[in-house]
Design a binder for this molecule. Structure first.
Ligand code: DI6
Ligand code: FE
Length: 406
């Protein structure tokens, strides 16, 4: 059995969302799973057996592996032209209604073969991993027909093969209405429910289903049908809810016991209460807020008051968040949404795991995966304080050491 012994570490376990540190701590992992964590004096540090690898942290700060729980990082092309259009005064919604936006990425993504799509997506995955990300959620949503949605999910899964990172895939067939279904949104929703969801479930290509509930996306009634189909196939649900307008998305997600409701800028207190009752995690996406220069803040005070767990993610996508940096998202969660650094760090570890319905990662405790990151930092708050440019000393994936990307 492979055993790893981490010694001389300052460990922020993130248990209960807290940054409280174990000074002079250590951790024992066996076969990729943590068996104990605590002060060095309490650990069984017997290291005579030849199969024990000792990792001397030399006083490094150690956090759980970071988790990006909301990305659309598999896509082809870029949207720099639309960025220029917006700088000249068009709105994101105007561009979408004129057939640009998501649909322009759909065109490029459909045209790309699987290898090409993988080659274009890989650098975004590498960028996340270089910051200490050990688990990434990736959504489809730029294929918008069965063949291309499944292609995107396969490419997403392939980014994890030959790599230590864990990928969780989500089918987002109900992201936008493809041009060939113009005026026939319900027929497209039939395709999502009757073909895409069953195929993705059968082929093991997705563990969750998401939808874009919005004026420029799908109505609550259509989302409901998508969720019913997901439920029938035993998949988790999550929702792009109340990003640009309040269609009651948070309450709808809660009604289906969604693992997460994401964005939430326009969610009102009833929606927050519904999330709390359902145990749904709120995922906040400050990079999209920044990039669209939004002004309406998500209901942070109400989320805190009702004890809704808050996760933070990049939303990495070409239209509203061309950003493959989880630490930038954590920083913006503090600067733009006024989260405390401890909340931001919990948002990219323990609560990000919860937003994915994962109970085996996100904290450093016995029985969790031995995914952790060594940082040459004094204070864990520095992870959210620094604006760009922070890299870990080393990342350990399931108890296996891997030198950090430079
Ligand atoms: N909300 C978003 O912020 C992204 N998708 C979504 O449903 C934007 C996707 C894009 O513009 O390409
Ligand atoms: Fe998104």
């Amino acid at each position: 059995m492979a055993k790893l012994l981490l010694v001389n570490a300052r460990i922020a376990t993130m248990r209960d969302g807290r940054c409280s540190m174990i000074e002079n701590g250590g951790l024992v992992a066996r076969d990729g799973v943590i068996t104990s964590v605590g002060p060095m004096t309490m650990l069984n540090t017997a290291r005579r057996a030849s199969d024990v690898e000792v990792l001397d942290a030399r006083g490094a700060l150690v956090t759980p592996g970071l988790i990006d729980c909301h990305t659309h990082l598999v896509y082809a092309g870029n949207r720099a032209k639309e960025f220029e259009m917006r700088l000249n005064g068009s709105s994101y919604e105007d561009i979408a209604r004129a057939g640009g936006g998501i649909l322009s990425t759909v065109k490029a993504t459909r045209a790309a073969g699987g290898d090409e799509l993988r080659a274009q997506s890989q650098p975004r995955m590498d960028a996340l991993m270089s910051e200490g990300v050990t688990t990434v959620e990736i959504k489809s949503g730029y294929g918008l027909d069965t063949k291309n949605e499944l292609k995107c999910l396969r490419v997403a899964q392939s980014l994890a093969s030959g790599s230590p990172v864990r990928v969780q895939t989500t089918l987002l067939g109900a992201h936008a209405l493809p041009a060939e279904y113009k005026g026939r949104a319900d027929a497209y929703v039939d395709l999502v429910c009757d073909e895409m969801i069953p195929a993705a479930a059968k082929q093991g290509l997705a563990s969750a289903v998401d939808a874009f509930c919005e004026g420029i996306g799908f109505t609550p009634a259509q989302v409901r049908r998508v969720f019913e189909a997901a439920r029938k196939h035993g998949l988790h649900v999550k929702l792009h809810a109340d990003q640009l307008s309040d269609l009651g998305g948070a309450a709808l997600a809660a009604e289906f016991e969604a693992v997460s409701a994401d964005h939430l800028e326009h969610t009102r207190e009833e929606g927050v209460k519904a999330l709390a009752l359902a145990g749904t995690t709120a995922v906040l996406l400050p990079v999209a807020f920044y990039f669209l220069r939004e002004t309406r803040l998500p209901p942070i005070a109400a989320l805190r008051e009702h004890h809704v767990p808050i996760a933070i993610a990049t939303d990495c996508n070409p239209g509203t968040a061309p950003c493959a940096s989880i630490l930038t998202a954590a920083n913006m969660a503090c600067t733009l949404f006024r989260l405390m650094p401890e909340e931001a760090l919990a948002g990219i570890t323990v609560y990000a795991a919860r937003a994915l319905g994962l109970s085996d990662c996100g904290t450093l405790e016995a029985d969790k995966r031995a995914d952790f990151v060594l940082w040459d930092l004094e204070d864990p708050a520095q992870l959210a304080w620094q604006v760009a440019g922070l890299k870990p000393r080393e990342v350990v994936f399931e108890g296996k050491r891997r030198a950090a990307h430079k």
